[in-house]
Design a protein around this ligand. Sequence first.
Ligand SMILES: C[S@@+](CC[C@H](N)C(=O)[O-])C[C@H]1O[C@@H](n2cnc3c(N)ncnc32)[C@H](O)[C@@H]1O
Length: 210
Amino acid sequence: MLKWNRSNQYTENPHSVGKSACVAAIAQPGLSASHTLSRRAFVLSALALAGCAEIKEILLTEPPAAAVIMSPNFMVKAMIDLAAVKPGDVLFDLGCGDGSIVIEAARRGARGFGIDRDAGQIKLAVAAAAAAKVSDRVQFTVGDLFEVDVREATVVTLYLGDEPNLRLRPKLRSQLKRGSRIVSHQFRMGDWNPDRTVEVGGRYLYLWNI
Ligand SMILES: C[S@@+](CC[C@H](N)C(=O)[O-])C[C@H]1O[C@@H](n2cnc3c(N)ncnc32)[C@H](O)[C@@H]1O
């Protein structure tokens, strides 16, 4: 098994799945360490078990950016539930990380698009989509989320921060169609009042209907 040490390097460890090392390596204020990287360990383990030969190479060559925080699995499902994602929807996750939100949307019959500036995360997302057999319904791109045209989206998911959410408002307001939904994990959109607020595991999800 591979283990991520504190200097952001992966090392071989025959005795551990690496989860505790990952969790110890990155702890963020406001988010428990077990949330922080446990899903990454889970995704990687699942891919490795699925026989994804590329994963070891990705891990060795593309360590994550210094602070990688992903929505935990229960939150991914809650976000998709809150947006009521269904076949026919097109979900854009802006800052998609390892792609789990996009992949969960595809599992529910929607199409999904994810963009992230972290090339290592995008490689993981592509591999995870293949393992989940949803590659035909998802697309992942390395790039700047602020440059993306979201006109095709019917659902936009965000787990970014107060400032990036505010910066996205003009684009979302001008490009999203009526009936679209925005779901943000933990961060609001300035003075836009959410249509729904849901508490999940001590954290908050916000929904805006366009
Ligand atoms: C907190 S993570 C959320 C990942 C995923 N959406 C989730 O909820 O699990 C935020 C992601 O946004 C990406 N990101 C931040 N700013 C970005 C930008 N300007 N362009 C593209 N990606 C960005 C980071 O690389 C990181 O993977």
